[in-house]
Every structure is written in structure tokens, then in C-alpha cells.
Design a protein around this ligand. Sequence first.
Ligand code: GUN
Ligand code: FE
Length: 456
Amino acid sequence: MNRFTKVFQGTAFTSNSPQEVNVLHDCLFCINDKGEIAKVLHPEDAAYNEVIHDYENTNAFHRLEEGMYFLPGFVDLHIHAPQWIQSGTALDIPLNDWLNTYTFPTEAKFADANFARIVYEDVVETLLANGTTTALYFATIHKEASIVLADICAKKGQRGLVGKVVMDDPEQTPSFYRDSDTKTALAETEEFILAVKEIGKQAKQGVYPVVTPRFIPSCTDEALRGLGELAAKYDTHIQSHCSESDWAHGYVRERFGKNDAQALDDFGLLQEKTVMAHSNFLTDEDAELFAETGSAIAHCPISNAYFANSVLPVARFMSMGIDIGLGSDISGGFSPSLYDNTRQAVISSRMLEDGVDTSLSAEQRGVPNSRITINEAFYLATAGGGESLSLPVGRLQEGFAWDVQVIDTRTANARLPLYDANESKMDIFEKIIYLTRPENIREVWVQGELVHTRSS
Ligand code: GUN
Ligand code: FE
């Protein structure tokens, strides 16, 4: 009688801490019927050979080939699923113009749930193919199409956390893309929460509803208050955009005489399961409020280069104890890949540290102690994302979900430059993070189920 539903053998990389990556050499990962890692066995453990003996001739046994490695699946903490159709375009104007000129007309198309289904299937498949096993999605204001996205995540095996977006303030939203009124916005959010909770019951990996005020400028006080109450009533996650750009930050200060963080907290929107995109302009006081309430930041470094007028001081906020993960912010960020965002997180932090204006002296140019390492960026894309969502994902250790990507360093036409048989595993890890392309991602598993394969 075998105790495990699946057993995987291979070398894996997983974060021990933000600074330290753990190399699990040729381990056995024993998965239970819930898709969780029940046991990690090292070659020196007594049971190691016994488990190999019991499983290796069964269908439950999966041994990695030479040159392949396990990584935890990535957690995308901020993505707008409907904006996929404009990814790679519309990056030429500031945030508020971008929303009105491109993004609101784009999202309005998702009134058509059939169109939404076509796009959302593509988005979920694309993310899985890029190694993203958990995603925190903004859908649109449309209840029906938002439910379609949750349903697609459930069926394709991705751990989706999905929000029907609320935008009810006529001052800041166009008539063609606005909730019909505040009462309806709140009632539809409640119906959406109940519908997605039902969908989630059928999904082994979990699919969750998320209370989603777009950002303060789109919402009336009444909507913000009502959404805080709904999140408390149903114990849901909450997501929004916070202090993203000079304009967005200034708008909130003008309306409330305080910063986003304080205003969001007043409406009951900062709590343990809150994830706020960007948050670039948080003051130290705002940052302390995030740390105290357990609210997380979705750092979106590619998007920030276009729309945030700044670089997030991610090292400083990590040192203050704030949960932080990475977001693609499709389509403010053009790439669906968290690999690309991991790389940009490191690059942006280096530019923040050194500064960029050569008319200043080296001492005046940058912000000291701002750089993050590739290990820290990997932590953000995996364990940090899991912690931000309060879910047991993003680490390959006992009690966590078997959410993994199998990386093939030898894929034809996408081989990684590995020429030294004795190269250290940490060098291999760095090459994987910097150089992996979708071609190298051979398999993706979520909650113990195979959800994506790619032949070489
Ligand atoms: N602020 C409000 N809506 C959005 C959006 O769709 N993308 C980004 N980057 N910022 C926003
Ligand atoms: Fe966004």
C-alpha cells in the first residue's frame, strides 16, 4: 500500500529566506492526495532508498532527466487579465491618460462574455507556460466575464484569485465603463464572491474571489466602505492600486488630506490578505501601517518604469518587514513572464542605488543600500508571493503545495551556457533565473497536477 500519490526525484531550488536559496540535491518529493508535499527525503535519509524501491516502477514515479531542475511555480501578485489584448502597446503616455485613452476602452470590450472567454483562456495558458502557478487577477467591472475568468482558472488548474473590478465614481470614470451605481456595484460584488466560492469548491488548487476597488480615484467613499465590509463579511482577499504615480498619489492627498495607505485603512481595506500594487510613494509611516496590518506590496518593476515616475525602494520596505511579491501588471508591464520581472527588479534596484543622472557626483547620484540580489528577486517571485497571499505556496518544503516548474537547461535552441561539469549549483541557479525562456519550461504542476507540458 503506497502512502504517496506521486513521488518526484530531482534537484530543486527554493528560498530559505530572502537572502538564501536552498539547493535540494537529488531529493525525493513525496506528494499526498491533496497535492501537498508530505515529505522531502534527502539521499542520506534512511527511507530514501526504500521509497525509490517502492515507487520507481510505478506510474506515480517521476525522475528528472539530466540537466533538468525543479523551481517553485511563480506567484504573479498583480495582473490585469483583460489588458492582455493590448500588451506591448500603449506605453507612450502617463497613467491617467493611459487609462482613459487605451485601457478603459479595452476593458469595456469584456461586456461580451464570449470574447472574454477566448482572451482569458489564452491568458491563463500563457501564464502557466511562463511558470506562473498562482495569479492574483483584476478582471473588469463585468460580473459575468469575471466569473468566466475564475471558471477558466478552475478548469485549467491554475490557482487563480480573481476580482470583479469596482469603479463607480462618475467624476473619474467614463460613462461607457463604470458600474451603473454604487448599490449595484456592491450587490454584484457580493454575487460574484458567492459564485466564485462555489467554483472554488470544485478546484483542487483553490480559486478565490477578491474584493477589488480599482484604486481610490475610481471609487466613491460609499463603495470603498462597502467593499471593506464585504471583505470582512466573507473573509476575502483585497487588492487595489496604491500610491503608484505622482498623479495618483497627489489625487488622494487632495481628496482626503492623507495618503492612500491611511485612507485605505480607514475604509477597512488594509488587512492580512490585502495586496496593494505598486505602493511606490509610501512614506515610512505608510509603510509601518502596511507592516502592522499585514498588507502586502505587489512590486511591478517593468510597469513602474513606464507609469510610476519612480523606482520602488524594495530593499528598504523588505527591511521594514512588509510582505512583498512580484507582479507583471499586464499591460502596464508588457511581459507575462515573472522571469522578466525578476530581472527588472534587480536592474531597477541597481539603478536606484547608483542613480542615473551623470551631471551629479557619484555620492549625490543614488540611494545607498537599495540594490537587491537575484536571490531576493527570486524570493519575491515565489515565497514572498505566497506569504503576501497567506497561502502555503512558493516554497518546496513539507506542507506546501506541489506547485513547480521543471526547467530544462538543454532545450534545443534555448540551451543555457553550461560548459563546466563541476559548475556550482548556485551558478546554475543564477543562469536559470537570468536566461530561462518559455522553451525551457518543460512541465508545470499545480497542487500535484500536471497543467502544462512543452516538448523540446
Ligand atoms: N491604476 C488604476 N488602474 C490601473 C491599471 O490598470 N494599471 C496600472 N498600472 N495602474 C492603474
Ligand atoms: Fe495594475
